[in-house]
Design a binder for this molecule. Structure first.
Ligand code: ACO
Length: 467
């Protein structure tokens, strides 16, 4: 069965063969070359007080090039000045045209399209196309794209055996990380990363197979038989089918839940140079195949500081237990004893635009499945926090994770599946960023520098003489 779909890889799908691939390489010299030509180059003058020398560093797109600092040195044979930036909080590692964020204004755009418009009017597969190709697809392009993704959802039967080897209570994220990495052994052609046709095929496979791997991991944890993909269903409906189908001949998803999941997928599809995307680019920069790089990105997402915050929100709401306990909990947060999980964001300092959309989706889901009893606790936390000086002063607003966990819980997902539900749509963003990285002529293998502060050359001491 699995092979049947793969054998059709080369066949022409319905609709014209109209895909544009690869995407245009990211441009790196727009502004500066125009300005230099016009003699209007912006620059920064730096004076080194150790030597009294001044240096003029060009400013391009609001940044200086870190390598330009290397000319600043005291002695000629020195390495030259570096910038120190742990966690890269103020370092741009690339030019990108995929996702725009303005954290102060609460703006998130994929390829220039506001997240609000995409959540309301697009589908996840259309948005994934936009993220990857840079433009919204025409009708034939979308049909062709959907056909390709739909026909790459099956996984090799041996991967099922591989998944069977996991313990019954294996974390689904661990299973996902391992099985995505294992895909590279099934598709050795993926190593051909400078062949656009090969890259395109791996993109279909990755976006098509992630929900299948995720659903199989979930079914394994329950000891249930795996459910094969259903090509007649939408991307999110098919995922629900593979998760929840039992004895019925044909799985029919609830339209509201299907739409809700699709919107959540859209909201999580990309978020520029976050931890997992940086892992995708960093690992991919070694020219490894995209499955191995995606496994690294998925592993980064597994961490509680990244993909695991919505689980922390749910645990916090369970811990609070009742609306009447909220003021006491907020008091403890203000006293520095606790954190209000799902509040605050490194980038968004006004509001997280995704949180507004998710709150609306939550109400739609609860209309179908009944009100999640934790919702009232969440609403009370939000009400108090938004009026309280502590949170207002620090610009702490609900983030994307504040309500998503409640939705997932209402839809019967165990908490361990929450980061998996993040990894599926984020694959589109990871692959788009990987593609952009590979085509960027300025990118090389990622290799930061360090400031060495350890011991210098010492004599080796034989073991008997050591103190
Ligand atoms: N509850 C209470 N106080 C908070 C919170 C919070 N959730 N977040 C930040 N603060 C306080 C800090 O204690 C600090 O106070 P101080 O100035 O008195 O020391 C101030 O607000 C600034 O906080 P920072 O830690 O500097 O903010 P940073 O940008 O580094 O952290 C982060 C952002 C990690 C998201 C943080 O707000 C947090 O831990 N939130 C809770 C976890 C969470 O919801 N994470 C999901 C993020 S969204 C995502 O990853 C998909």
């Amino acid at each position: 069965m699995a092979g049947q779909h793969e054998m059709r890889d080369g066949a022409c799908p319905p609709g014209a063969c109209s895909e544009r691939w690869p995407m245009d390489p990211v441009k790196t010299d727009r502004e500066s070359s125009e300005k230099i030509a016009a003699g209007k180059r912006d620059s920064l003058t730096v004076t080194d007080n150790r030597t009294g020398k001044s240096y003029e560093l060009p400013i391009e797109d609001g940044a200086i090039r870190a390598a330009d600092l290397r000319q600043i040195k005291v002695e000629e044979d020195e390495f030259g000045m570096m910038s120190y930036d742990p966690a890269f909080t103020n370092t741009a590692s690339c030019y990108s045209r995929v996702t725009y964020i303005d954290g102060d204004k609460g703006i998130l755009e994929y390829r220039g399209y506001p997240i609000e418009a995409l959540a309301e009017r697009s589908t996840f597969l259309e948005t994934a196309y936009l993220i990857l190709y840079g433009e919204l697809p025409t009708k034939p392009q979308l049909e062709e794209w959907t056909w390709h993704i739909t026909h790459h959802t099956f996984i090799h039967e041996s991967i099922k055996k591989f998944l069977d080897g996991f313990h019954y209570d294996a974390h689904p994220m661990g299973m996902l990380v391992s099985s995505v990495a294992a895909l590279s052994t099934f598709y050795p052609d993926a190593k051909d990363i400078f062949n656009p046709d090969s890259r395109r095929k791996q993109t279909y496979r990755l976006i098509g197979k992630m929900p299948t791997l995720a659903a199989f991991a979930y079914r394994h944890s329950l000891g249930l038989p795996y459910v094969y993909p259903d090509n007649e269903l939408s991307y999110s409906a098919n995922f629900l089918n593979m998760l929840f189908k039992t004895t019925e001949l044909k799985f029919k998803p609830n339209a509201t839940l299907e739409k809700a999941l699709d919107v959540l997928f859209i909201l999580h599809a990309d978020h520029e140079q976050n931890c997992s995307t940086s892992a995708m680019r960093g690992v991919g920069s070694s020219h490894v195949d995209p499955y191995s790089a995606t496994a690294a990105a998925t592993a980064a997402l597994y961490g509680p500081l990244h993909g695991g915050a919505n689980e922390a929100v749910l645990r916090m709401l369970l811990d609070i237990g009742s609306v009447k306990n909220v003021p006491e909990y907020i008091k403890r947060v203000k006293g520095g004893e606790k954190k209000l999980m799902g509040f605050g964001h490194r980038v968004y300092k006004n509001f997280d635009p995704r949180a507004k959309i998710i709150k609306q989706v939550a109400y739609e889901v609860f209309d179908v499945l009944g009100r999640n009893p934790l919702l009232d606790i969440a609403l009370e936390c939000e009400r108090i926090a938004l009026e309280d000086d502590y949170f207002v002063k620090r610009k702490l607003y609900p983030n994307v994770d504040f309500y998503s966990g409640l939705i997932y819980q209402a839809m019967s997902f165990p908490m361990t599946m929450f980061p998996v539900l993040f990894a599926i749509p984020r694959t589109a963003g990871w692959v788009a960023q990987w593609e952009e990285m590979l085509q960027d002529p300025e990118q090389k293998i990622a290799r930061p520098r360090q400031l060495y502060v350890g011991d210098r050359r010492r004599d080796y001491v034989p073991i008997d003489e050591r103190q």
